[in-house]
Design a protein around this ligand. Structure first.
Ligand code: KG4
Ligand code: ZN
Length: 333
């Protein structure tokens, strides 16, 4: 089954064509970083306008890479939520129009399930059950995946998402947008032990995350020591990254132990971070657990993951009506 996937939930316009839900025939991601960089964050109105401008060329390009035309498709999968409503609406409208015009089955995909499915695009694919840490710009959550489409959310952030914290700290340090990649490169030049920063512990012992205290501590440090020399900026970036990684890894390992799972999937934009990938790999290796981390390009937003998740739903007989709508706060598990 050849499925076209469309992703427009935030600030990447993406389309992909997959064969059998696992083989990527074409995949295109048009980043809007340059549009939002002057504002230091995503401007929703600008994001939806940009999606509208590029969504059709991006789809045409993905089909071109695959060497296929619209008539070769067997189904369309589109991100239905969560995300920015104006952005989601562009993808959903295009997907519905294509499904209607070409008589194709349509399915709506949860963006977070898409991130989990990125792991199935790599070899070896994970087997169920597994614990998934989804860390992105909008979400930070732990899911227990018991089977296809069967997810239980066992932990989530109580305030900022991990990616949001990277973006905000980068802004505080004057490093620009998006923050994740630039914090990672700046951190390489600094000492991760230079500054002591707080790690959040939940008083009720829940496997939840919190990044606002860490962000505030960084903000206070920066104010107290302003102006920072470039060496100090690197030390703050390195210390922040090490602390954020420590929190993510310790909560994930604890949740895996409590739920008796020995297989972990690390995914979402922040999973592109080398320090996080290495730290979780070390913990898993020490315990003999399997860690599945998609390649960096599949960790950040893309449409191949949406087509993969949508393929399995289409094969299972799921169909979205043409009245299907974007759901900005769509939950998973
Ligand atoms: O999954 P994603 O592409 O979009 C959302 O669904 O939010 O994640 C984007 C987030 C941004 O906050 C970005 O700063 C972060 O992922 N990110 C990283 C890295 N690359 C992207 N964070 C840390 N290290 C990276 N290398
Ligand atoms: Zn995402």
């Amino acid at each position: 089954m050849i499925v076209l996937g469309i992703e427009t939930s935030c600030d990447e316009t993406a389309a992909a064509v997959l064969d059998g839900g696992r083989k990527i025939l074409g995949s295109v991601v048009a980043s809007q970083d340059a549009v939002h960089a002057p504002y230091g964050g995503v401007v929703p109105e600008l994001a939806s306008r940009r999606h509208l401008e590029v969504v059709l060329p991006v789809i045409t390009q993905a089909l071109g890479q695959a060497g296929l035309g619209l008539t070769d498709l067997h189904g369309v999968a589109v991100t239905q939520g969560p995300g920015l409503v104006g952005s989601l609406l562009i993808g959903c409208s295009v997907a519905k129009a294509m499904a209607y015009a070409h008589g194709l089955p349509l399915v709506g995909v949860n963006h977070l399930e898409g991130h989990i499915y990125a792991a199935f695009l790599e070899e070896p694919a994970p087997t169920y059950p597994f614990l998934a840490l989804v860390v992105s710009g909008g979400h930070t959550a732990l899911y227990l995946a018991r089977g296809p489409g069967r997810y239980e959310r066992i932990g989530q952030t109580r305030d900022d998402a991990a990616g949001e914290a990277f973006d905000k700290v980068a802004k505080l340090l004057g490093l620009g947008y998006p923050g994740g990649p630039v914090i990672e490169t700046t951190a390489r030049l600094g000492d991760p032990k230079a500054i002591r920063l707080p790690t959040a512990q939940m008083s009720d012992g829940a496997p939840d995350f919190s990044f606002s205290g860490l962000k505030t501590a960084v903000s206070l440090h920066v104010k107290r020591h302003a102006p920072l020399a470039s060496r100090q900026v690197a030390d703050v970036a390195a210390s922040f990254q090490a602390t954020a990684v420590k929190m993510l890894v310790s909560k994930t390992v604890g949740a895996a132990q409590r739920n008796h799972v020995r297989r972990i999937v690390l995914t979402g934009g922040v999973a592109a971070n080398g320090a996080l990938r290495e730290a979780l790999q070390q913990e898993c290796q020490a315990r003999g657990w399997d860690l599945h981390v998609p390649s960096r390009a599949l960790c950040t937003d893309n449409a191949a993951m949406i087509a993969a998740a949508g393929h399995d739903r289409l094969v299972a007989g799921e169909r979205a009506p043409l009245t299907m709508n974007a759901i900005p706060d769509l939950a998973l598990g």
